[in-house]
Write a protein that binds this ligand. Structure first.
Ligand SMILES: [Mg+2]
Ligand SMILES: [Zn+2]
Length: 192
């Protein structure tokens, strides 16, 4: 038995995954989708899966952008790449010790709750280790799509790596990606 849980939603990191990372951006005019982002999202939506955005925006806590600016950037992202079924945004900084800032699983769990699905039915695509850790902590599948800022050890630690969003989505929709739980079971079964 495969044990593969049917995927019902794909959640995406925002900066460096769906759009080009402009650090602490508060200007909607600077929003540029990553190559292939719209096509990848269309493919996910055509497959009948929900889509969502899960993003750390510590620039708010750092006083580098206002909540209003952050919302206007998110609105622009929604205009270019949406509509998304769920948005989860953490405006806190690292010192706030909140439950939402990735690598904490709070936002992924919040998105699951909004969508009325279980974390095992969700995949998260991001560009750094904190994205992978948040997904693992939530019990969701994850795919890393590295950019220039992704550290080598983050790539090595990631269970699933794709060269771009197109390939990440292919991996998820083809079912080629093993759920971490499945892998753990296989490892247990393997002769020592
Ligand atoms: Mg990112
Ligand atoms: Zn937070």
């Amino acid at each position: 038995m495969g044990g593969t849980v049917t995927l019902k939603a794909v959640l995406f990191d925002r900066d460096g995954t769906l759009i080009v990372d402009v650090p602490y951006n508060g200007d909607p005019q600077l929003v540029r989708p990553m190559g292939g982002a719209l096509e990848a999202l269309r493919k996910v939506r055509r497959a009948g899966l929900a889509t969502g955005v899960v993003t750390n925006q510590s620039g708010v806590a750092r006083g580098l952008l206002t909540l209003e600016q952050m919302h206007s950037v998110n609105q622009r992202v929604d205009q270019l790449l949406g509509p998304f079924d769920v948005w989860e945004v953490c405006p806190h900084g690292p010192e706030d010790a909140c439950d939402c800032r990735k690598p904490a699983p709070g936002m992924i769990l919040g998105a699951c709750s909004t969508l009325g699905i279980n974390p095992e039915e969700v995949a998260f695509i991001g560009d750094i280790g904190a994205d992978m850790e948040a997904a693992a902590a939530a019990g969701a599948r994850a795919v890393l799509v590295p950019t220039e800022i992704t550290r080598r050890e983050e790539i090595e630690a990631a269970g699933n790596v794709a060269e771009d969003l197109h390939h990440a989505v292919e991996l998820l929709l083809s079912g080629a990606l093993e759920h971490t739980t499945d892998r753990a079971l296989h490892e247990q079964d393997a002769p020592v």
